[in-house]
Design a protein around this ligand. Structure first.
Ligand code: ACO
Length: 345
């Protein structure tokens, strides 16, 4: 049997504060009905001032280790909203979790970051670089959203999810069976924060509002998202030797319920095999897939070993998919406060 990486722990962390559509409609030109029908989102979570992506990542990462009953020897942190522009957030997260001097780096692939992280983690395991990588997807997305922009403020939320992987066999629950990654830099302007980087540093506060905040051409991105996630999912299905009807769990990046339904319809995945939590948490970018996995696992809705497809698409443009057996794990969820009381802090 071929060696691969196997998910053996699953953790999550959501901030306490819930922001409803009604609350947003009280200060923006929008409505609960518009948001629900266009996106499927009813509410999202938002951190209190002072809570960072690293805080959420520490809580979710520690939860994944507790779920597995094991430590990690590598940290990959997928995020669009690092604590600081420099250095990466992962080393501090690893230290605060109590992992000492393990290798740690950030993965910057926006909404596909967690899937990219999973694929890299499997490669690290099978290449013998490490034995138990921790892959965290964490975002304080609200830190880059213009609160007065109805195009984006209704969509995104904050949160973190994490998985611990170990070496194992493709026949085991949690085993990664097939992977696919891709990107198309021609679409790099479709989802972007224009300023603040080396191209347009905007020193001395010189950046106008629309260059400082996250912008997305939703209409253009919509078609790309459906096409790329459908094609990428088909690629991993083919590699895994599964027909769409064999798929028992489909978990896509929680960008928009209509996009997720269109992808699942194109693939031919049944209604009862589609899992997610977009209604409750909105789009949490790199955190969305592990949060959806933790939510589904907590409800015991999928049998360990069930053929599963994860797929994501986002800024870059970048996309990716993973075919795996549903893991045999009991997820653990921690509050943000856990980050402030954990071992190394
Ligand atoms: N409330 C009310 N009206 C709104 C709102 C709002 N919050 N936002 C936009 N509108 C208006 C628009 O101004 C537009 O008005 P107009 O027709 O007068 O110009 C109208 O509603 C329709 O706008 P559309 O953009 O066509 O709405 P659409 O149905 O496409 O939904 C959305 C917008 C939700 C953004 C959708 O396009 C989408 O989900 N796109 C893809 C997002 C995605 O997958 N992103 C990639 C991952 S995320 C990442 O990488 C960070």
């Amino acid at each position: 049997m071929t060696a691969t990486a196997v998910i053996c722990g699953l953790g999550a962390c959501l901030p306490q504060r819930t922001v409803t559509n009604e609350e947003l409609a009280g200060r923006l030109d929008t409505s609960d009905d518009w948001i629900r029908t266009r996106t499927g989102i009813a509410r999202r979570r938002m951190v209190e001032p002072g809570t960072s992506t690293g805080d959420l990542a520490v809580a979710a990462g520690a939860a994944a280790l507790e779920s597995a009953g094991a430590d990690a020897d590598f940290v990959l942190l997928a995020t669009t909203t690092p604590d600081r522009l420099c250095p990466g957030t992962a080393p501090e997260v690893g230290y605060r979790i109590g992992l000492g001097e393990v290798p740690a780096l950030d993965v910057s692939a926006v909404c596909s970051g967690f899937v990219y992280g999973l694929v890299l983690a499997r490669a690290l395991v099978t290449a013998g670089v490490c034995r138990r990588p921790l892959v965290i997807g964490a975002e304080v997305y609200t830190s880059i959203i213009d609160p007065s922009d109805r195009n984006t403020a209704v969509i995104f939320g904050d949160g973190a999810g994490a998985v611990l992987l170990r070496e194992g066999l493709v026949s085991e629950p949690g085993a990664i069976r097939a992977t696919d990654l891709g990107s198309d830099g021609r679409g790099s302007d479709m989802i972007a924060i224009a300023g603040g980087g080396s191209r347009e540093p905007g020193r001395d506060g010189a950046l106008p509002r629309d260059r400082r905040y996250f912008q997305m051409d939703g209409r253009m991105v919509y078609g790309q998202a459906v096409r790329r996630m459908t094609d990428s999912s088909r690629t991993v299905l083919e590699q895994a030797g599964w027909t769409p009807s064999a798929v028992g769990a489909f978990v896509g990046h929680q960008a928009n319920q209509r996009i997720l339904d269109a992808v699942a319809d194109h693939l031919g995945v049944g209604d009862r095999c589609r899992f997610g939590n977009i209604a409750e948490v909105g789009n949490t970018a790199a955190a969305s897939i592990p949060l959806a996995l933790a939510d589904t696992a907590a409800q015991g809705r999928v049998r360990p070993g069930t053929p599963t497809v994860l797929t994501a698409f986002g800024g870059g443009l970048a996309w990716g998919s993973v075919a795996l057996n549903w893991p045999d794990v009991v997820p653990v969820q921690h509050d943000v406060e856990h980050a402030h009381t954990s071992a190394a802090s």
